[in-house]
Design a protein around this ligand. Structure first.
Ligand code: BG6
Length: 490
C-alpha cells in the first residue's frame, strides 16, 4: 500500500468561516467578525464598528453552529477518520481576558467532539485560526503585547483540560507565517491581532491591502507568538502526554523564474523568510542561523532572538509534527517586468507552465511532491501532515440540483498522486485534510462564491440562500478515495 495503514483522511474548516452564530451563547467579537466581503478584483475591507446595514459574511457563515450534526454525518459518509476544525477563542473567553471561561462555548465544542467520536472521526483542533478576540486587538494590541502570551496560555489550559479525553491532535496557530508574506498589515491583523492605532479608530471601511504595517512590531509580535506556542506545547504534554501538538504554516512553494543565479538566490531567500523561518523556530526550537541577517535587511532590530529565557522556552516547546497548507506555487525573479499572479495572502510571479484558478492561484501538484520531500529532508523523522489543500471555484448547480465539479476532482487527484509518490519515497506523511470540504466563507475575499466544498451550501454573497446542503460529484469521488486509503483515484 502506498499510503500507510491508519493514514488520516478528512477535511479542514475554521470556526470563523463556517460556524456563524457570531454573538450566540456569549461569544465575543473576534477579528473576522469585523471584515466585509470582496471578490477577486475588490479587496475585503475592515470596518471597525459592526455596521448593522453592512453584510459581514462570518456573522452567519454557513451556520455550522446549528448544522454540525448534519455536517459531521456527511463527513462520516465520505469515510473520514479525521476532521480539522478550530475552536473560536472568543466563544471560550469572549474578551480574551475574562476571569472565567464561557461555559456555553465550552459545551458547544463538547457536543461537536462527541459527534465526531460517535462517527469514529478524530478531531484535529486548530487553537487559533485567525480568531483572536477583538478586545485583545483593541485593549492589548494583539500579540505585540507580551501579556497576550499569558492570555493565550490560559485559554489553552482551559481547553486542554476540558477536552483532554476527546482531542488528541492540536495545532497552535493557523498559518503562523502569514505575517511574513509581505502584503502590508493583512497578515498582522489575521495572524497576530496587531493593527495600527489609527486604523483601529477609523470609521470608514479600509481595504485590507491598505492596513498599515510596521515590520519591527510584526516580528516582535511573531516572536511572542512563538513563545506562546512553545509554552502551550509544553503545557499540553504535561496535561496529557499522549497529545500530539503541531505547528501550521502556509507553505507557498517558490521556484526561480530563470536560471539566473540571482533568481536562484532570491528564491532561496523567499523560501527561507516565508516558509522556513517559522517552521525552524517551532520544529527545531531556535531561530535559523540567517534569521538576524534577514530581519536586519527588513529594518528589524532582532534583539528578541537573544532573549535567553525565551530561547529556553522555544527549545522546550518543539512540536510533535509539522503541518502546512499547500495550494499553489509561485515564481521568483529579480528581473524587471515579470508578470505576477494572485495567491494565498500573497502575490507571486506567474509560471508559464502552470494553469491557475479564477483567483490566480497556480495549480501545481508536482510542487507538493517536491515540498514534501524537501521537508522530510529538512526535519528528518518528523511526521508531516497536509492540513489544507483545495480548489476554490465557481460551481454551477444544474436544474436537477447536481454539481459536476470535475475541475475540483482533477485538482485533488493530482495532489493525492503527488502525496502517494512522496509516501513511496519514504516521506513520513501521516494525513491529509482538504480545505473547505463543505463550502464556506473565503478568508481572502470573504466570498461564498469561491467554493471549495465536496458539499454545496445554498448561501450566496447577497445574503440569500437557505443553508441547505447537497452532495457534489466530488463528494462521491472523495468517498472512494478515503474508503480505499487513497488507492482508488478514478
Ligand atoms: C488558508 C487559510 O490560507 O487558505 C484558510 O488557512 C483559507 O482560512 C484558505 O480559507 C483558502 O483561502 P481563501 O482566501 O480562498 O479562503
Amino acid at each position: 500500500m502506498s499510503f500507510p495503514k491508519g493514514f488520516l483522511w478528512g477535511g479542514a474548516v475554521a470556526a470563523n468561516q463556517c460556524e456563524g452564530a457570531y454573538l450566540e451563547d456569549g461569544k465575543g467579537l473576534s477579528v473576522p467578525d469585523m471584515l466585509l466581503g470582496g471578490d477577486v478584483n475588490t479587496p475585503r475591507t475592515f470596518l471597525p464598528v459592526t455596521d448593522p446595514n453592512a453584510f459581514y459574511p462570518s456573522h452567519e457563515a454557513i451556520d455550522f453552529y446549528h448544522h454540525y450534526k448534519e455536517d459531521i454525518a456527511l463527513f462520516a459518509e465520505m469515510g473520514w477518520n479525521v476532521f480539522r476544525l478550530s475552536i473560536n477563542w472568543g466563544r471560550i473567553y469572549p474578551n480574551g481576558d475574562d476571569a472565567e471561561p464561557n461555559e456555553a462555548g465550552l459545551a458547544f465544542y463538547d457536543s461537536v467532539f462527541d459527534e465526531c467520536r460517535k462517527h469514529n472521526i478524530e478531531p484535529l483542533v486548530t487553537i487559533c485560526h485567525y480568531e483572536i478576540p477583538w478586545a485583545i486587538v483593541t485593549n492589548y494590541g494583539g500579540f505585540a503585547n507580551r501579556k497576550v502570551i499569558d492570555l493565550f496560555v490560559k485559554y489553552c489550559e482551559t481547553i486542554f483540560r476540558r477536552y483532554k479525553n476527546k482531542v488528541k491532535y492540536w495545532l497552535t496557530f493557523n498559518e503562523i507565517n502569514i505575517c511574513c508574506m509581505g502584503e502590508g498589515g493583512i497578515g498582522d491583523l489575521y495572524g497576530l491581532g496587531v493593527m495600527d492605532e489609527e486604523d483601529i479608530k477609523a470609521t470608514h471601511p479600509i481595504k485590507l491591502s491598505d492596513l498599515k504595517n510596521n515590520k519591527q512590531r510584526t516580528f516582535e509580535a511573531l516572536h511572542n507568538e512563538f513563545v506562546a506556542s512553545a509554552k502551550v506545547v509544553k503545557l499540553g504534554h504535561e496535561i496529557n502526554p499522549d497529545f500530539m501538538i503541531g505547528n501550521m504554516i502556509a507553505h507557498v512553494t517558490a521556484y526561480p523564474l530563470t536560471p539566473d543565479p540571482k533568481d536562484v538566490l532570491a528564491c532561496d531567500h523567499e523560501e527561507n523568510l516565508k516558509n522556513n523561518l517559522c517552521c525552524d523556530v517551532q520544529v527545531r526550537g531556535c531561530y535559523p542561523i540567517w534569521a538576524k541577517k534577514y530581519l536586519k535587511e527588513l529594518g528589524v532590530d532582532p534583539y528578541f532572538i537573544d532573549n535567553e529565557e525565551d530561547a529556553k522556552i522555544l527549545k522546550e516547546g518543539t512540536v510533535d509534527f509539522h503541518t502546512f497548507s499547500y495550494y499553489m506555487s509561485n515564481c521568483i525573479t529579480t528581473h524587471e517586468g515579470a508578470e505576477t499572479t494572485g495567491g494565498n495572502m500573497t502575490h507571486g510571479g506567474k509560471n508559464p507552465y502552470l494553469k491557475a484558478s479564477d483567483w490566480g492561484w497556480q495549480i501545481d501538484p508536482d510542487g507538493l511532491e517536491h515540498t514534501l520531500e524537501t521537508l522530510a529532508d529538512r526535519y528528518p523523522g518528523l511526521p508531516l501532515m497536509v492540513v489544507e489543500n483545495g480548489f476554490g471555484a465557481f460551481d454551477k448547480v444544474e436544474e436537477d440540483g447536481s454539481i459536476h465539479d470535475t475541475y475540483r476532482i482533477d485538482y485533488f487527484k493530482g495532489h493525492i498522486q503527488s502525496m502517494k509518490k512522496a509516501c513511496e519515497a519514504g516521506v513520513p506523511l501521516i494525513g491529509y485534510t482538504t480545505w473547505g470540504p463543505i463550502d464556506l466563507v473565503s478568508a481572502g475575499t470573504g466570498q461564498y462564491a469561491k467554493r471549495y466544498g465536496f458539499i454545496y451550501v445554498d448561501r450566496h454573497d447577497d445574503g440569500t440562500g437557505d443553508f441547505s446542503r447537497s452532495r457534489k460529484d466530488s463528494f462521491y469521488w472523495y468517498k472512494k478515495v478515503c474508503e480505499s486509503n487513497g488507492e482508488i483515484l478514478d
